[in-house]
Ligand binder design. Structure first.
Ligand SMILES: [Zn+2]
Length: 208
């Protein structure tokens, strides 16, 4: 069995409304990111609840307070935790962030069955891995297209190094990614722009 799971951002080129600008979290209070987590009935609720603080901690580290909401508002990003990957989710992807030309998505999917097997395979708590996968997929929506990196949480496929960092709570965004994510988060709050919910099977979507 392969040891590596991968994530794939989908879609065509993303045109950000504005180039990311350095944003200091201290300038106007801390930045907040509104996130709505919806889970399939078959996904254990307690695991999802214990994953949320993991995601929050990762974003707190880069100056962003994740606020988990029950009722989504205009600037909320939705994380949908589904038990089974959709049929065209290739390979070992543990999640996907649909996007389309010129539009940023407002919805990401996480595939619970794959997160569960990956966590068990690497002897890590499922909530801990789930929290990191949610942070990774949210990262895709808050970063320009093609945001996989050679190191850190946006690595396309986590190997032994990332797994070890997950266990220690060290896996995070790079400095440049953190800056871009803060800028995008600030813009979401400032403009109250509704992140579009893009159809997963949109013809604009491509699976790399
Ligand atoms: Zn990815």
């Amino acid at each position: 069995m392969r040891n590596r799971h991968t994530w794939h951002a989908t879609g065509l080129m993303l045109a950000l409304a504005a180039a990311p600008q350095p944003v200091s979290a201290g300038d106007a209070g801390r930045l907040q990111l509104s996130v709505h987590v919806v889970a399939d009935a078959r996904v254990p609720r307690d695991v999802v609840e214990r994953a949320k603080p993991e995601t929050a901690r990762i974003y707190q580290h880069i100056g962003i307070d994740v606020v988990f909401v029950d009722e989504p508002s205009a600037d909320t990003i939705t994380v949908r935790v589904v038990e089974t990957p959709m049929k065209d989710a290739k390979g070992f992807a543990m999640g996907v962030s649909p996007r389309s030309g010129g539009q940023i998505g407002g919805l990401v999917y996480v595939f619970y069955s794959r997160v569960d097997s990956y966590a068990r395979q690497h002897a890590k708590p499922v909530p801990q891995v789930l929290g990191h996968v949610m942070a990774h997929e949210l990262g895709h929506l808050l970063l320009p297209y093609g945001s996989h990196a050679k190191s850190g949480i946006m690595t396309a496929a986590w190997d032994r190094k990332q797994i070890e960092q997950i266990g220690r709570g060290w896996l995070s965004f790079t400095k440049e990614q953190a800056e871009a994510i803060r800028a995008r988060t600030a813009a979401l709050r400032r403009n109250r722009v509704a992140p579009a919910v893009l159809p997963l099977y949109s013809t604009a979507a491509v699976w790399p």
